[in-house]
Every structure is written in C-alpha cells, then in structure tokens.
Design a protein around this ligand. Structure first.
Ligand SMILES: [Zn+2]
Length: 210
C-alpha cells in the first residue's frame, strides 16, 4: 500500500503551504482535491461539467468521483501521497485507511473566530490574481496590486454570509473526522497560529517518531 499523510485544516490555516513543503521534503506527491476539481471544471471535462454547480454551491462532491480522481492523478512510481482536502467525509476516511498506509493526519488548528478573521481580510488582484490580506500581507498602496498596479477586490466567495456558512460546515465535518482518527490514534493537532517554519519543524519531528 502507498504511504499517505493527510492535512486537515480550514481555509486560511496554512494547510496548503505545509502540505506543499512536506511533499517536497519527502518526495511525496501532493494531491490537492480542490485544485484537481477546479481544473476539471476549467477545462470543461465530463467530470468538470458534473461537479461545477456542486462546487459553486459549496456542497461536497460524490465519493466515487473523488476516489476516481485520486486514482487517475497518482503518478507512476509515486513514493507516497500528501492529501490536502481529502478525506472530507467519514466514508472517505474509511476508504483512506483501507487503501493506503496512513502515516499520520496533521490537523492545523485554528479557532472559528481566527478562521473567519483570516478569510475576511483576503484580497485578490483583479488582473494577475496575486493574493493579499488587509493585515497579514497588505499591499504597499491600499487597494492596488504591488505587482501589476491593478485594483484589488474581495473574492466572490468571501462575502461575510458565505464565509460564515463555510466555516460552520467545516467545523461540523472536521469534528467527525477528528474523532475517527483520534480513535485510531493517528492524528496530531498543531496550532495554526505558529509560523510556517515552526509548524513544518513540529511536523517533521513528529514524522520521525512514526
Ligand atoms: Zn496584479
């Protein structure tokens, strides 16, 4: 069975950054399910057409589609996989432990309040797509992109009502997943408020014990 490491964490927790760093370090393949799905939508594949409206509503894509997508994206000779955005349901978690050698799940823990705060401040350049944050990564001139000088905007899915709904759904889902992995003693929680380097250190230290 292929080795697997899982990252759980809400948007803004830095989960994607950590997953990417660890994948490089361990020569594992980084599989981000959200990115894969959005790719399918943008190229207009059959899968993309089927899931486009589901993603737009913020609902979950069917398990079978997710499993197929993972299977087809695994590269030949893959040493191991870092999962990002998977599993999202209990049945996906069961599939994971049945089909992969799970090394550990890392949960980047952020309070609901901090999560909302981090998402709310996000800005994106309307031209080049560069990301900013009103507090954590402000542009040198308010509202203007440092790179191309175009106007910055709030992301469409970052309207307060949409954020609140997404955050609530995340914590409900994650509570179930956390209990599942806690029972198997295969989850480590790490405070997401630490720096990128500190978090990566803690993860590497923990992996060396597995
Ligand atoms: Zn720009």
């Amino acid at each position: 069975m292929t080795d697997a490491i899982v990252f759980l964490g809400i948007q803004g927790s830095g989960k994607g950054t950590q997953a990417g760093l660890l994948a490089q370090r361990m020569c594992f393949q980084h599989i981000n399910i959200g990115d894969l799905l959005r790719q399918e939508v943008s190229i207009g594949s059959a899968v993309g057409d089927a899931v486009g409206h589901i993603i737009e509503r913020g609902d979950l894509v069917k398990d079978t589609i997710v499993f197929d997508m993972i299977d087809t994206s695994v590269e030949p000779g893959c040493k191991g996989i870092i999962f990002d955005g998977f599993p999202r349901t209990l049945s996906q978690a069961e599939h994971l432990v049945e089909h992969y050698n799970l090394i550990q799940v890392y949960y980047l823990e952020l309070s609901e309040e901090d999560a909302i705060h981090r998402i709310e401040g996000r800005l994106v350049c309307t031209n080049c797509g560069e990301n900013y944050h009103t507090q954590h990564k402000p542009p040198s001139v308010p509202g203007i992109c440092d790179i191309c000088g175009s106007a910055l905007a709030t992301r469409a899915d970052d309207e307060p009502e949409a954020i609140a709904k997404r955050v609530k759904a995340f914590y409900e889902r994650t509570f179930i997943l956390k209990s599942f992995f806690e029972k198997r003693d295969s989850i480590t929680s790490i405070p997401a408020c630490k720096s990128v380097e500190e978090i990566q250190e803690l993860i590497l230290e923990d992996i060396s014990k597995r």
